[in-house]
Design a protein around this ligand. Structure first.
Ligand code: SF4
Ligand code: SF4
Length: 122
């Protein structure tokens, strides 16, 4: 189980990025860059890192198995770090929708990285 600070940081990061993805203008549909392969990576990450089996939430009949119809991803943010941290604002355009958003994103990412590096260094 990760420390509660890390869980909280991932939650805050999701609250920052998810509203932008929910109104995705790049793909003209919500959460437009979610993919089946990214969901599969989440499934394996949860199993390998957190020893949690998410298979019962993996909807084989859905093209994007962890994506709900109206509420975004059904997996908690810290179990899908590659999704929670990814935002085309940073990856593609190198800046977010406004300076406050940029600042918050960088602060959260730095704090997450610091904790995770400390963990991996043990
Ligand atoms: S990261 Fe960008 S392209 Fe992907 S869903 Fe969010 S807004 Fe859309
Ligand atoms: S955010 Fe959720 S639904 Fe989207 S790719 Fe990641 S695990 Fe799948």
């Amino acid at each position: 189980m990760p420390d509660s600070k890390l869980i909280n940081l991932y939650q805050q990061m999701s609250e920052l990025t998810e509203p932008e993805c929910a109104k995705c203008t790049i793909h003209s549909k919500p959460f437009g860059c979610c993919t089946r392969i990214a969901c599969e990576i989440t499934l394996r990450h949860a199993r390998d890192v957190w020893k949690v089996n998410l298979r019962h939430l993996f909807d084989e009949n859905n093209d994007i198995p962890f994506l709900t119809k109206y509420n975004g991803c059904r997996i908690v943010p810290y179990m899908r770090p590659h999704c929670t941290l990814f935002t085309c604002f940073i990856a593609k355009f190198e800046h977010g929708p406004n300076p406050a958003w940029n600042k918050k994103y960088k602060e959260l990412r730095d704090q997450i990285e610091t904790i995770e590096w400390e963990e991996f260094d043990k």
